[in-house]
Design a binder for this molecule. Structure first.
Ligand code: UVW
Length: 339
């Protein structure tokens, strides 16, 4: 229980959930918040909110992330795939398959862990900015990669396994930006978000998951794993991470997480701003780094959103645990909405 910082970033909540906190605003998902979510189960219908994890296809959406590749271990004369177990004993008649996969954890439907984005910030007050993450955890100490050490360990703090242990269940509230804007590329700031929430049957409360439908995942699906990067970069709504009023609303609303169907929740790159130093990903900075708000990306709301529109509903029960994969800075997942 040692505070890792002498000064915390302006507008951050570091320390508010304890000096060793690693789950941030997930702390606001109290038993009451979960029960509020469970009250949204009225029909007993569930919706899978994941893309097939081999979407988007190729790497036109983001060159550093690639589609899953399967591997099969050698076994006997062949591989441990369609392996005939009579090779072990002539009495055996089983045939068996195992597989392994190289999987970029943020390629498809995913959670960003709090270790995904940090910042150069002078947390120890010595006048020099160091690489630091939510709640003062440090690059090279807890977040250790191949450029820091010959024995990289990934994220020994703030890894995605911390999110998994919270269970990740509660009330999802859908903001249907596609209904307002269609597939037009628009920057949505505070005013735009408030407009999209007008007339909804629920208000966003502390401990809710804010879910943003922009139509991006449906567009991606229609491209059949051959995405057109140019079309995607110019389609569908994105949040304007440079809008201070939007960031303040995120702080004040008490939302536990933001889960969008688009690539990065916010516009990336964000619009230009003044100053010598500023984050390229201002909403990631505000959420992951300052407030401990996890970001979900490339979720697939296609079927859910059609059902919600038809039934004039906005809220549902959400179950969305990531893999409990120690040290990972992101995770694929299969979120489920129940209405
Ligand atoms: C980037 O790292 C650009 O984005 P994301 O958080 O969307 O995966």
């Amino acid at each position: 229980m040692t505070q890792r910082w002498k000064q915390r970033p302006e507008g951050s909540n570091w320390g508010d959930f304890g000096p060793d906190d690693q789950v941030g605003r997930m702390n606001l998902i109290t038993p009451e918040a979960r029960l509020r979510g469970a009250k949204e189960i009225r029909e007993g219908l569930s919706f899978c909110l994941s893309l097939p994890l081999d979407y988007p296809g190729g790497n036109a959406l983001f060159p550093l992330r690639r589609a899953p590749v399967f591997h099969h271990e050698p076994r006997g004369e062949g591989h441990n795939f369609n392996y005939d177990m009579s090779g072990l004993s002539s009495c055996y008649c089983d045939v068996i398959c195992d597989d392994a996969v190289t999987l970029f954890t943020q390629y498809s439907t995913q959670w960003d862990a709090l270790a995904h984005v940090g910042m150069r910030f002078d947390a120890d007050g010595d006048g020099v900015a160091e690489k630091v993450y939510y709640n003062g955890y440090r690059a090279g100490q807890e977040i250790v990669g191949p450029d820091d050490s010959d024995t990289p360990t990934g994220a020994s703090a703030l890894g995605i396994e911390n999110l998994a242990t919270t269970g990740v269940q509660g009330r999802g509230v859908m903001i249907d930006l596609e209904k307002l804007h269609g597939r037009e590329r628009v920057l949505v700031g505070y005013d735009g978000l408030m407009r999209a929430m007008e007339g909804m049957d629920v208000t966003v409360e502390s401990g809710d998951f804010l879910c943003l439908n922009t139509g991006f995942a449906e567009l991606l699906l229609s491209m059949n794993k051959q995405p057109d990067g140019e079309v995607l970069a110019n389609s569908c709504a994105v949040l304007d991470g440079r809008d201070e009023r939007l960031l303040n609303w995120i702080t004040d609303s008490g939302i536990a997480a933001i889960c969008a169907d688009n690539f990065a929740v916010e516009a990336y790159p964000a619009r230009k701003t003044d100053g010598d130093k500023f984050p390229a990903l201002p909403l990631h900075n505000h959420c992951l780094f300052k407030l401990g708000i996890h970001l979900g990306e490339l979720w697939n709301y296609t079927e859910l959103v059609h059902w919600l529109r038809a039934h004039q509903r906005s809220a549902f029960f959400l179950t969305a645990p990531p893999l409990r994969l120690p040290g990972s800075v992101g995770s694929p997942l299969t979120p489920i909405a129940t209405v």
